[in-house]
Design a protein around this ligand. Structure first.
Ligand SMILES: [Zn+2]
Length: 367
């Protein structure tokens, strides 16, 4: 009897060993701060283009971004999303079709959103962009307890709050917000380091630098150091929307789409990353809806809890724009990243469950 039980147990455990290989060896999470699902899925919005103070040169804007057909319009803003990601990846959050992704934090602004992305918990205590070091264990802390991640994670961001949000003091993950060269080497353009170049660009937002430098620094770092988990946080979509500058907001989205194309081409052309790397792209919060012209802002703005998630790369089943009625949450992203690596996300606080449509079923990868 005892023997039979042991035999049964060993069969079960050998099954579970064979069950799941990690879907990805590397994951890169990218955020477009406050980029709305309305433009992602619908391109330029007529009701905003028709307001002169937002659209500026309407004729030029229409030439660049207008078409009667929303599926053509969205391609004009984000051609990479609507060709490559739409054919090889997955895109969630078209609220019009009932495919919803929302925040669970009630605040609808940046720090609480990024806390929710990284920790998996829409913690009520995180109530300000000026909040100090985030007390919640996050995906970086979790991965640090797994084999092979120490020294193989990094974050790059335009907004200067990320060292607090990721809590680099606690986990010592390098969080680059000023693009200063470190012991991994200076990153130069034409012999001038990127942090020096940055001082030649007027700062649009006193708390942020420039997305272009964030991208180029991140890409160079990925090339040199091949971290297994990386985060790249872009900022300028949010700044231009707050300004009410719809032209700059859409142009920024187009630029970010181009970075994603370049990142994807880099990943797929790099022997260490090719076919082993998943890219997840999302945002920290939405913005208001068009009818009340609250598209510029978020925070205490109706409907700004609606966001979106896209994924492409290793382990991602091609589904394109997911049109099924679903209700996903921002607090699932951390667990989804862990699951892509084959781990069950375990921290000392609540977390959402992985989005299994993205990650597959949670693996049983050993430490
Ligand atoms: Zn934000």
């Amino acid at each position: 009897m005892k023997y039979a039980l042991l035999l049964a147990l060993s069969i079960i455990s050998s099954f579970s060993f064979a069950q799941e290989k990690p879907k990805a060896e590397n994951v890169i999470v990218v955020t477009f701060d406050g980029y709305r699902w309305q433009e992602l899925f619908g391109g330029a919005q007529k009701k905003i283009l028709n307001v002169k103070k937002y659209a500026g040169d309407k004729k030029k804007m229409k030439a660049l971004y207008w078409d009667k057909d929303a599926s053509v319009r969205r391609e004009k803003v984000m051609p990479f999303f609507w060709s490559t990601i739409a054919s090889k990846g997955q895109i969630y959050g078209n609220k019009k079709l009932g495919n919803r992704v929302t925040l669970t934090n009630g605040y609808k602004f940046s720090y609480p959103g990024y806390n929710e992305i990284f920790s998996g918990w829409g913690d009520k205590r995180i109530n300000s962009n000026g909040y100090g070091d985030d007390p919640n264990q996050n995906i970086f802390d979790f991965l640090l307890t797994q084999k092979g991640f120490d020294g193989k994670m990094a974050a790059f961001a335009t907004w200067d709050a990320f060292p607090r949000i990721i809590n680099e003091k606690r986990n010592h993950v390098p969080v680059f917000v000023d693009m200063k060269p470190n012991n991994k080497g200076a990153i130069n353009i034409k012999g001038v380091s990127i942090d020096q170049w940055q001082t030649t660009i007027p700062a649009h937002n006193p708390y942020a630098k420039t997305d272009s430098f964030t991208y180029h620094f991140a890409k160079e770092y990925l090339q040199r150091n091949h971290p297994h988990f990386a985060f790249i946080g872009f900022d300028e979509t949010d700044d231009y929307a707050h300004d009410g500058n719809y032209a700059a907001y859409l142009n920024t989205a187009t630029t970010l789409d181009r970075y994603m194309k370049d990142l994807w081409n880099f990943v797929q052309g790099d022997p260490q990353y090719k076919d082993k790397t998943t890219i997840i792209i999302t945002c920290d919060h939405g913005r208001g809806d068009i009818p009340n012209l609250e598209w510029r802002h978020h925070g205490h703005v109706l409907h700004a809890e609606n966001i979106w998630i896209a994924a492409i790369g290793a382990g991602i089943t091609p589904k394109g724009e997911v049109k099924d009625k679903m209700f996903l949450h921002q607090n699932q992203i951390a667990a989804t990243v862990a699951a892509l690596f084959g781990y069950t996300y375990k921290v000392d606080h609540f977390s959402g469950q992985p989005i299994t449509e993205i990650s597959g079923t949670v693996g049983v990868r050993e430490k």
